[in-house]
Design a protein around this ligand. Structure first.
Ligand code: HPA
Ligand code: ZN
Length: 326
């Protein structure tokens, strides 16, 4: 179909991808072998079979287990480089990549190893592929705010290696307001602010992320559809949503893609973008997310162009770079 070919061909920005969620089963086994880590799965096939999720938490349990093979700077480099090659093949020209330092520092991996490995991949991919890539440090919301504050302080020696902060992991019971102080601190430091909200959690969490955390984008945000006044606010503020259709499908946020609210949000004037979230776990990088959404919702070529333009509008690149892509 024309719209799908267009989605493949046009330049896009990816704004919602967790680098740990790009770790393919083959690379998990390769790193496990290299690092002498024993996995509770016999082979790649057995691991892939375990990717049958019922909700966000069932995914997170296996996602954190997969990340346990990451120990050395080269491991973080190899993971990020593999993602950037896939993104480049998908015509992603700019990526804002989430990483979860607490997943690694809690296992004794130094902050320096994590950040330097990921950053080196961003630099090399820029040179080799011409792709632009930056990092966003995410806090795990199932941990305490004090842990997040300590993590931010521990990352400050590498302040110039990441452009912003985010909030991810288990949403229920961990409202945005739990992280008010660490977001205020990051704002003082001049960092850009995003947060996952309204993926599984209620629309009130989206309002809190806006009003209490003062975020500049909402990651997911699909449950905003339940509150027409909130949808109208997102539209009037041009507050971007980084929507991840295949993620919502695989984690049972939607029964099938034909019922995904993306098109309604777009038609309401919300700055909707399409992203992959955790492509190694949800069976699709960004173009596959576009393709399946286009097919299920019958998006038009004009809507596809609008979504790709939204991805640059919603990105944290400077105005000169933005104009070049828009
Ligand atoms: N939601 C929350 N936390 C996450 C996700 C997600 O979709 N992916 C990786 N960590
Ligand atoms: Zn996410």
């Amino acid at each position: 179909i024309a719209a799908i070919d267009l989605a493949r061909a046009i330049p896009k920005a990816e704004l919602h991808v967790h680098v740990e969620g790009t770790l393919e089963p083959e690379l998990i086994f390769q790193l496990a072998g290299r690092n002498g880590v024993t996995l509770p799965y016999d082979d790649v096939e057995a691991l892939r079979k375990a990717y049958a999720f019922t909700d966000l938490q069932s995914f997170l349990d296996i996602y954190y287990a997969g990340a346990s093979v990451l120990l050395k700077e080269q491991d973080f480099y190899d993971m990020a480089m593999a993602y950037l090659r896939c993104a480049h093949a998908d015509r992603v020209v700019h990526a804002e990549i989430f990483f979860d330092p607490q997943t690694h520092t809690a296992r004794g991996v130094p902050m320096q190893i994590v950040i330097e490995g990921l950053h080196r991949a961003c630099v090399d991919a820029g040179q080799e592929l011409g792709i632009s890539a930056v990092l966003i440090l995410c806090f795990l919301r199932h941990l305490s705010e004090d842990d997040a504050l300590a993590t931010l302080e521990a990352a400050l020696p590498w302040r110039d290696r990441f452009i912003g902060i985010g909030l991810d992991s288990s949403e229920f019971g961990h409202p945005p307001e739990k992280f008010a102080r660490v977001f205020a601190r990051a704002r003082e430091l001049g960092l850009r602010l995003v947060a996952h909200a309204g993926e599984e959690g209620p629309p009130a969490y989206i309002r809190q992320a806006l009003d209490v955390l003062q975020v500049e984008r909402i990651d997911h945000g699909v449950r905003s559809i339940e509150e027409p006044a909130l949808v109208a606010r997102l539209a009037s503020e041009r507050m971007p949503l980084t929507v991840c259709p295949l993620s919502n499908l695989k984690l049972k946020g939607v029964q099938d893609l034909a019922r995904h609210p993306l098109r309604k949000l777009l038609q309401a004037g919300v700055c909707v973008t399409i992203n992959s979230d955790d492509p190694a776990y949800f069976d699709g990088y960004v173009t596959e997310n576009y393709a399946q959404t286009i097919e299920a919702l019958k998006l038009t070529p004009e809507e596809v162009v609008q979504i790709a333009r939204n991805s640059f509008e919603a990105s944290f690149v400077d105005e000169a770079q933005r104009q070049q892509w828009l």
